[in-house]
Design a protein around this ligand. Structure first.
Ligand SMILES: CC(C)(COP(=O)(O)OP(=O)(O)OC[C@H]1O[C@@H](n2cnc3c(N)ncnc32)[C@H](O)[C@@H]1OP(=O)(O)O)[C@@H](O)C(=O)NCCC(=O)NCCS
Length: 180
């Protein structure tokens, strides 16, 4: 689908209160089961890819630029957080266009993988991600408290897209931070 979108990549610190309020409102609309009066689930993302129509926010992907390890090999990733599109604009290819944009950006700037955790993976399957099954370590964070390190197998929720050609393998993944 060929769509011309007003897409902007902003650093988190650039998000001013009016836009923050739009983020909170749209996030609650798109995730009715996790109503929160803040614009993030666990932690502030470093960047946000946003789409606007007539100055109104209609789509969002939070971006975590991070190094992780896979069997002690250091990998650079873009972790994708809170992917959502205004219900009135869903099904028009907006999320796919944003994922294509991040694929190009990551490829251009030496990111090895896009990575997302999702129970409903259809949007990722449609955009070239594949399911991985690994033991993961991460910092447990809940409501602004950390609860130490978790080590668990994640068999059906971790999705990756290779941008560097490096193959994903079995083994241990250290997320070197919270699970986004
Ligand atoms: C998922 C979501 C971001 C897709 O945005 P979009 O702009 O409509 O996506 P596109 O038009 O590029 O692609 C549509 C595809 O999204 C997928 N999709 C639809 N609803 C979805 C959902 N709740 N979760 C994951 N994927 C979904 C389908 O594969 C759909 O393809 P189809 O129309 O051929 O069935 C949007 O439906 C949304 O915001 N849902 C509510 C929030 C949410 O569940 N986000 C988590 C995503 S893991």
């Amino acid at each position: 689908m060929n769509i011309d979108l007003d897409m902007q990549l902003l650093a988190e610190f650039e998000i001013r209160p009016p836009l923050n309020q739009q983020l909170i409102t749209l996030r609650c609309q798109c995730f009715p089961d996790t109503q929160q009066s803040r614009s993030y689930f666990k932690q502030l993302p470093q960047h946000r890819l946003l789409v606007f129509q007539d100055c109104q926010l209609i789509a969002h992907i939070g971006l975590e630029h991070r190094v992780i390890t896979l069997n002690e090999k250091v990998l650079r990733i873009f972790g994708l957080i809170d992917v959502f599109v205004d219900p009135q604009h869903q099904g028009q290819g907006i999320a796919s266009a944003m994922l294509t944009h991040l694929t190009k950006l990551g490829t251009q700037f030496s990111v090895d993988f896009l990575m997302a955790f999702a129970t409903d993976p259809r949007i990722y399957q449609k955009n070239g991600f594949h399911l991985v099954d690994n033991y993961f370590q991460w910092l447990r964070v809940d409501e602004h408290k950390n609860y130490g390190v978790a080590i668990e197998r994640i068999a059906d929720e971790a999705w990756v897209k290779s941008l560097s050609g490096f193959p994903w393998t079995n083994g241990c993944v250290d997320l070197l931070g919270y699970l986004f």
